[in-house]
Design a protein around this ligand. Structure first.
Ligand SMILES: NC(=O)c1ccc[n+]([C@@H]2O[C@H](COP(=O)([O-])OP(=O)(O)OC[C@H]3O[C@@H](n4cnc5c(N)ncnc54)[C@H](OP(=O)(O)O)[C@@H]3O)[C@@H](O)[C@H]2O)c1
Length: 486
C-alpha cells in the first residue's frame, strides 16, 4: 500500500435519500443504478440512505426488483442486493398534484425508516422537457424548500446536454430557477468525475516539474482527442437532433478547462469555480471566419444507419483550434478533435513541449523531444516521451517514454467511478465538480457561431471512413500550422 502524501481530504456524503425520476430509462439503467449499487456495495453510501425510484411505468415489486437487479448486475450481485435492501419504486403521474402529495408522504416514511431528516437528492433522469414541470411541482409540494438552517436540504441533479441552442439552454435554466436557486442545481458532466481528469489538477499542483513548464514559454501546443469506437448504436433519433458538437462540447470544454485553468488555491467550490470562470473568460468566441474553419465530419456508414434522414448533414466528427488569450497560454494553440466511429475508443490530452532550440538535437526533424500524454479513458496512464542516447558506441539519439499506470495500486481498486464520485459529491453538497450556469452559457456562446456557419448552404461536410481517425480536413487543420496529430 502506498500512503497518500501531504494534503489529504475525503468527501463525506450526508445521510440522505436519492429520488430518481425517469428510473425506467436508459441513463438510469446504464449509469445511475449501477453507480448507486456500487456506492451501497462498496460501503461508500452514507449509513442512513435510501433510494426511491420513480417512473410512469407500472411496476410491481417483483418486476421492479428484476429490473434493478439487471441494471445493477455489472456492479456485482452483492452491490445489487445492498441497493435493493434500501430501494423502493413509486409510480408517477407527473401532472397530478395528488402524485406529489403521495411522493411527499412516501419520502417522510422512508426518512423515518432510514433515519434521514429531509435531505433529498432529486435526480431528473427524464427528457429535459420534463425538468421544469417536475421541479415546479416539487416546489409547490414544499419538497424543494430548505428550512432548518442547513439541517434539511434538497438538490436537483440534471444531465447534459443542457438544451440544444443558447435560447433553449437559457429557457431550460430559467425554468429550473423558477423552482430552485443555482446553489441547489447540480449539472452533471461525468467527465469531471473521472479520476484521471481530477488527477490533472493534482499533478500540476503537486509537481513543479509540470506546473512550472505548463505555459507558453515551454509548450508548443496542446492536443485533445475524444474518440469513440462505436457509431450511433440505435440512438440515431437523438443524434440526428443533437449532432456530435452539441453532444460532446461540454466534455471537450471540461478537459480544456482542467488542462488550462490557473490552479485554484483550494480545490473546493468557489475558488475552483472562480479559476474556471477566468479561463472561460480568456477564450475568445469564434468569429464568422474562424467558425467556418471548424471541421465538420461524418462517418461514411452514418447515412445507412436506421433512423438517419436521407441527405443528413448531422456531424459525427468535429475538429477545431481553440485559442486562450492570457499570459500563460497566448500563442499555444489547443487542437481539439472528437468523433464517433473514429477507430479505437480513446480520450487523451497531449502537451507538446517546444523543440530544443540549441544543442545536438536542435535543427533535426525528429519531431518533439518531449510530449506529455495524459490518457483519460479507457487507458488511464501518463507518459512522458523523451530523447535519450542510443545504447552502444555510436553517438545517436533514440526516443523513449516513461509510463505511469494510474490504477496500478491495490488501494485504488475500490475507488468510486465517475458517476459514483459525482453522486457522493452531490450528497456532500459540494458543487465543485458540477457545471455552473456560466459554463453552460459559455458553451453555447462558443458553439452558436459554429452551428450557424454549418447551416450556411454548401458548408462543407467531410466524409471519413468508418474506423478511421477522421477526415483529411482535420489533418489539414494542423498541417497549416506545420504540425500533425499524435
Ligand atoms: N441515455 C444516455 O446515455 C444519456 C447520456 C447523457 C445524458 N442523458 C440525459 O439524461 C436524461 C435521461 O436520458 P435517457 O436516455 O434515460 O432518457 P429516456 O430513456 O428517453 O427517458 C428516461 C425515462 O423518462 C421517462 N419519461 C419519458 N418521457 C417523459 C416525459 N415526457 N415526462 C416525464 N418522464 C418521461 C420514461 O420513464 P417512464 O415512462 O417510466 O416515466 C423514460 O424511461 C435526459 O435528460 C438525457 O438528455 C442521457
Amino acid at each position: 500500500m502506498t500512503a497518500p502524501v501531504g494534503f489529504c481530504s475525503e468527501t463525506r456524503p450526508d445521510s440522505c435519500g436519492v429520488v430518481l425520476f425517469g428510473a425506467t430509462g436508459d441513463l438510469a439503467a446504464r449509469r445511475i443504478i449501477p453507480a448507486l449499487a456500487g456506492l451501497c456495495g462498496k460501503g461508500l453510501a452514507p449509513r442512513n440512505f435510501y433510494a426511491l425510484f420513480v417512473g410512469r411505468t407500472p411496476l410491481d415489486r417483483p418486476a421492479f426488483e428484476a429490473r434493478l437487479a439487471a441494471a445493477a448486475a455489472g456492479a456485482g450481485g452483492r452491490c445489487a442486493r445492498a441497493l435493493l435492501a434500501r430501494a423502493r419504486y413509486l409510480r408517477a403521474d407527473y401532472d397530478s398534484p395528488a402524485f406529489y402529495r403521495e411522493l411527499s408522504a412516501a419520502l417522510d416514511a422512508l426518512d423515518a425508516e432510514h433515519g434521514v431528516e429531509k435531505k433529498r437528492l432529486f435526480y431528473l433522469a427524464t427528457p429535459p422537457s420534463a425538468f421544469e414541470p417536475i421541479a415546479l411541482r416539487l416546489k409547490d409540494a414544499g419538497l424543494l424548500s430548505e428550512p432548518g438552517g442547513g439541517a434539511h436540504w434538497s438538490r436537483i441533479i440534471i444531465e447534459k446536454p443542457y438544451g440544444s441552442s443558447l435560447e433553449s439552454a437559457c429557457a431550460l435554466d430559467s425554468g429550473l430557477k423558477k423552482a430552485v436557486p443555482e446553489s441547489q442545481i447540480y449539472r452533471i458532466d461525468h467527465f469531471t468525475g473521472k479520476e484521471t481528469v481530477q488527477n490533472i489538477l493534482a499533478l500540476r499542483a503537486a509537481n513543479p516539474l509540470f506546473e512550472e513548464t505548463w505555459n507558453a514559454r515551454f509548450l508548443d501546443h496542446v492536443q485533445i482527442t475524444v474518440f469513440e469506437e462505436l457509431g450511433v448504436e440505435g440512438r440515431a433519433s437523438f443524434f440526428e437532433r443533437m449532432g456530435l458538437a452539441r453532444d460532446m462540447m461540454s466534455h471537450i470544454l471540461q478537459l480544456a478547462a482542467v488542462t488550462a485553468m490557473d490552479l485554484p488555491e483550494g480545490f473546493r467550490d468557489s475558488q475552483f469555480k472562480e479559476q474556471k470562470r477566468r479561463f472561460f473568460a480568456s477564450v475568445p468566441k469564434p468569429g464568422p471566419g474562424e467558425a467556418a474553419g471548424f471541421v465538420r465530419g461524418q462517418y461514411a456508414g452514418y447515412a445507412g444507419e436506421p433512423g438517419v434522414a436521407q441527405g443528413s448533414t448531422t456531424e459525427t466528427f468535429l475538429a477545431f483550434r481553440l485559442l486562450v488569450e492570457n499570459d500563460r497560454w497566448r500563442g499555444v494553440p489547443f487542437y481539439i478533435r472528437a468523433g464517433k466511429k473514429a477507430g479505437r475508443k480513446r480520450t487523451r490530452i497531449d502537451l507538446a513541449y517546444k523543440k530544443p532550440s540549441s544543442g545536438a538535437f536542435s535543427g533535426t526533424d525528429a519531431g518533439y523531444s518531449n510530449v506529455f500524454t495524459l490518457n483519460i479513458q479507457p487507458r488511464e496512464d501518463l507518459s512522458l516521451s523523451m530523447v535519450t542516447k542510443h545504447p552502444g558506441p555510436k553517438q545517436c539519439f533514440t526516443p523513449r517514454a516513461m509510463n505511469l499506470a494510474y490504477r496500478e495500486h491495490a488501494e485504488e481498486a475500490g475507488a468510486p467511478d465517475d458517476y459514483e464520485r459525482l453522486l457522493l459529491e452531490a450528497m456532500a453538497g459540494d458543487q465543485t465538480l458540477f457545471l455552473g450556469d456560466f459554463e453552460m452559457k459559455f458553451l453555447w456562446d462558443y458553439l452558436s457561431p459554429v452551428l450557424k456557419a454549418w447551416e450556411a448552404p454548401g458548408a462543407p461536410l467531410h466524409l471519413y471512413p468508418d474506423g478511421s481517425a477522421g477526415p483529411a480536413a482535420a489533418d489539414a487543420l494542423l498541417e497549416r500550422d506545420g504540425r500533425r496529430w499524435f
